[in-house]
Design a protein. Structure first.
Length: 204
């Protein structure tokens, strides 16, 4: 058997699904994208939004995702890759594809604190009533998770941001098993940066 044929046969086929990293803003989606990239998974990003004080390692966004509701053609290049899609846009993913969704969850008070810091830094108005905002986020997450459970073309793994920081290896292995990919767990663990954990709630 020719060498190139043996090499080809050793390669695993491209998974017949798109990996979606999702969650509400500031829930750890960029961190998960960075972990997947470090582990060896191709990521669909364009780096149009540069790193800043809020996300020093980058946002890992793909601009076309913002137009998902009216134009999903970019998904044709996403099979076998990971792409970040905020939770509010999950409803607009077409049923033409299969998806494995890593849904990031984080203490809501940390999410709100992180969003407040970002808005302050950008000179944007901040909602004065965080109790109402927390209620809205809770309701939104509940509705999204209920909807996802009803979608035959979607599989979901919830990943807790706080748990990733506390037990990165265990969480990275859970992600690897869910995606059924030969990811490099050691490298995934290595990019979890505790110094970026700046809006803390009570310990787990």
């Amino acid at each position: 058997m020719p060498m190139w044929t043996r090499f080809f046969n050793r390669q695993r086929p491209i998974p017949p699904y798109i990996t979606i990293v999702s969650g509400v803003p500031r829930s750890g989606t960029s961190m998960m994208m960075r972990m997947l990239e470090a582990g060896g998974m191709p990521v669909l990003v364009d780096k149009l939004r540069p790193p800043d004080a809020d996300n020093p390692q980058g946002y890992y966004e793909f601009e076309a995702v913002k137009r998902l509701q009216t134009d999903a053609t970019f998904l044709a290049q996403a099979t076998g890759k990971a792409v970040k899609v905020i939770s509010a846009l999950l409803y607009t993913l077409p049923q033409d594809y299969r998806y494995k969704i890593l849904f990031m969850q984080r203490h809501l008070d940390e999410v709100l604190a992180s969003q407040r810091t970002m808005l302050h830094r950008g000179g944007k108005p901040v909602s004065p009533d965080e109790a109402i905002m927390a209620q809205r986020f809770t309701q939104h997450i509940r509705e999204v998770m209920t909807w996802l459970a009803q979608q035959a073309h979607m599989q979901v793994l919830t990943v807790n941001y706080n748990a990733v920081l506390a037990e990165p290896r265990a969480q990275a292995r859970a992600v690897q098993q869910f995606l059924d990919r030969q990811l490099q767990v050691d490298r995934m663990v290595a990019v979890v940066e505790h110094q970026l954990y700046r809006n803390r709630a009570a310990p787990l």
